[in-house]
Design a protein around this ligand. Structure first.
Ligand SMILES: Cc1cc2nc3c(=O)[nH]c(=O)nc-3n(C[C@H](O)[C@H](O)[C@H](O)COP(=O)(O)OP(=O)(O)OC[C@H]3O[C@@H](n4cnc5c(N)ncnc54)[C@H](O)[C@@H]3O)c2cc1C
Length: 401
């Protein structure tokens, strides 16, 4: 019997077990993950690691030796296949392990292309795990033709790496514009122009109809009727929360494993954290797909397992690296009705408002705008649009108002 069993040795699970130990929790803790490696950070998978600029060990969240030293029983390469809620045990094939507290930190699964349109051909990749990226790395050859399906952050980051490696890159986005689901038109325009300068052929309002090839992908037919030769396909069409275990165990789900304000599922002995969990937020439910959310929720639930009864209040932020541009995003832009642009040349930021209320900031190579925006948003404050729009005006005084 372990007091705390965590299923999913990713960003959230790793944060939670470390927080338990840091805060003096001294009962048995087991962290179970089905990947063959210790917990690692995913963001570099579509950035520096894919580019070949980062060694494997630097991906690891902590040195491998940490887990034994902290008396965390880390079981890699181990898949939890079921939960016996009545017995309070997780099932791993023929083995069972009892728990007092079970934490589901199962993350999310990438959407794949259906086999019927060629999704099962060789050379078709998703970008979720280290194994995914290691499998596509040999195809990153100068001059090779890559088709990227999906113009969200993952697709755009993969496009940036491929272009930087001298590949011929076509990116198709079915929606009217890239980043449509997550950002304003101004941000889409900024990144479209950035990619165009690096030779990426972005086609918006165009979907993939069918991949062609015999065993390995060799071409693609697009929804505008055009056909192209292709050596490799990278699919970045979103993710779905991994709720399979929770659903099979009869836990409530709602765009993710439904948890209460403290992170508890519909079974009081089971918690959920990170990408897989949807939590109460402003009268509805929210599920975030980001490192900060995974860490903060992991920390919060670790505290609650120790009896602190904390409410999880997200302070959303995100980042993306493409070429020499660092995008930093503070807040959630949902519901905005206008954008204020602060254009300082190399440093540009777009500020999202609903009425007079500042909701979010997208800052490109502008850490100061990001920092000021984030502090204002976290404090529930706004910013005078006239000051924001004047790139010569100092933003810091906004923090004092
Ligand atoms: C390529 C890429 C780039 C990203 N870039 C950014 C970025 O720039 N900024 C940012 O904030 N976020 C980024 N993200 C998102 C961020 O990495 C995720 O939000 C974060 O990893 C979520 O953490 P998690 O612990 O919830 O899930 P994960 O890190 O996915 O971990 C879940 C783990 O659980 C395992 N698991 C699932 N089911 C079982 C089971 N039954 N038994 C055992 N193990 C199981 C999975 O295999 C996985 O290892 C990126 C993600 C990807 C893939």
């Amino acid at each position: 019997m372990a007091d705390v069993v965590v299923v999913g040795a990713g960003q959230a699970g790793a944060a939670l077990v470390a927080k338990l130990r840091n805060d003096g929790y001294d009962s048995p803790v087991t962290l179970i993950g089905d990947e063959p490696v210790p917990p690692y950070q995913r963001p570099p998978l579509s950035k520096k690691y894919l580019l070949g600029d980062m060694a494997l060990e630097r991906l690891y969240l902590r040195p491998e030796s940490y887990y034994a030293e902290a008396e965390i029983d880390l079981r890699t390469g181990t898949r939890v296949t079921g939960i016996d809620r009545a017995a309070q045990e997780v099932v791993m094939g023929t083995e069972r392990l009892g728990y007092e507290h079970l934490v589901l930190a199962t993350g999310s699964l990438p959407r794949r292309l259906p086999d019927a349109i060629g999704g099962d051909l060789g050379g078709v990749h998703v970008v979720r795990t280290l194994a995914d990226v290691d499998a596509m790395a040999p195809g990153f050859q100068r001059g090779a033709k890559v088709l990227i399906v999906g113009g969200g952050y993952i697709g755009l980051e993969a496009a940036a790496v491929a272009a930087s490696r001298g590949m011929q890159v076509v990116l198709v986005e079915m929606a009217e514009r890239i980043l449509q689901r997550v950002a304003a038109k101004e941000t889409s325009d900024y990144f479209r122009a950035l990619h165009a300068r690096h030779g990426v052929d972005i086609r918006e309002g165009v979907g993939l109809e069918h991949l062609l090839g015999d065993g390995h992908v060799s071409g693609a037919r697009l929804s505008d009727g055009s056909e192209m030769d292709v050596d490799m396909v990278i699919v970045g069409v979103g993710i779905v929360p991994d709720t399979g275990l929770a659903e099979a165990a009869g836990l409530e789900t709602c765009n993710g494993i439904a948890v209460d304000a403290q992170g508890r599922t519909s079974d009081p002995a089971i918690w959920a954290v990170g990408d897989c969990a949807s939590f109460p937020h402003r009268g509805g439910r929210l599920r975030l797909e980001s490192v900060p959310n995974a860490i903060d929720m992991g920390d919060c639930v670790a505290g609650n397992i120790m009896g602190r009864a904390q409410v999880y209040v997200p302070q959303p932020w995100f980042w993306s690296d493409q070429y020499d541009v660092k995008l930093q995003i503070a807040g959630l832009s949902t519901g905005y009705d206008r954008i204020v642009t602060r254009d300082g040349g190399a440093a540009v930021s777009f500020w999202y408002y609903r009425g007079d209320q500042l909701l979010a900031v997208d800052a490109m190579n502008d850490p100061r705008a990001y920092m000021v925006g984030k502090r204002l948003i976290d404090a529930g404050k706004s910013a005078d649009p006239a000051v924001v729009a004047d790139a010569g005006a100092d933003l810091k005084p906004l923090l004092k108002s």
